[in-house]
Design a binder for this molecule. Structure first.
Ligand SMILES: [Zn+2]
Ligand SMILES: [Zn+2]
Length: 197
């Protein structure tokens, strides 16, 4: 169910084309001025429905999910689960496939401008933190992109039981057997048994 939804989002994006990339990036920029004025512990739920360029190749990956934004004593904590997907090459059969990714984000965004006085705030000394810009806009794009990069499997498989390619003729065994003589593995077993006798 989840997968089907993701596929259709991806296909919809492919139809819309690259023109929508910039526009849909804006969708992941949230003005948090009200939240910054609110009490510590105030929460705003934000629905993510956009596109990120995960690998920098100009191809957009859809991102969809819900992120809660919580006002803390020093920042806004963005936390949530977002579905995405990237086009990868299967490490066994070398086919391209759309690999679903689940992105768990939990990032603190520090304000750079005081919400009341408008004065610049000193940068936080937290390593690798994200910031809220001088217009009180929090941009989820880079956090999601980094999570997506980390979520990409080292050895991508188009499916868990991908049959791969025939080592002799290169036929994609997911499409059915090839015409090569059967199973070297079996004859190796036979040889071992014969040796054992
Ligand atoms: Zn495969
Ligand atoms: Zn073969």
């Amino acid at each position: 169910m989840k997968l089907a939804k993701l596929d259709s989002a991806y296909e919809a994006y492919l139809i819309i084309g690259d023109l929508s990339l910039e526009r849909r990036r804006e969708v992941m920029q949230v003005n948090v001025a009200q939240l910054l004025k609110g009490d510590i512990g105030s929460v705003r739920d934000y629905e993510v429905d956009g596109v990120i360029d995960v690998t920098g190749d100009g191809k957009g990956s859809p991102v969809r999910g819900e992120v809660s934004l919580t006002r803390t004593d020093r920042s806004i904590l963005a936390k949530g689960v977002v579905d995405s997907g990237v086009e990868l090459t299967c490490s066994r059969c070398l086919n391209q496939f759309n690999c679903p990714l689940t992105l768990n984000i939990e990032e603190e965004y520090f304000p750079t401008t005081d919400i009341v006085s408008g004065a610049s705030l000193p940068l936080s000394d937290e390593p690798d933190h994200f910031t809220i810009d001088e217009h009180h806009v929090l941009d989820l794009t880079e956090a999601l992109r980094q999570r997506a990069l980390l979520a990409i499997p080292m050895k991508p498989l188009c499916r868990e039981d991908c049959a791969g390619l025939c080592p002799d003729c290169g036929h994609n065994l997911n499409l059915g057997p090839c015409n090569c003589p059967p199973q070297k593995a079996d004859s190796a077993d036979m040889n071992d048994k014969e040796k054992g006798k």
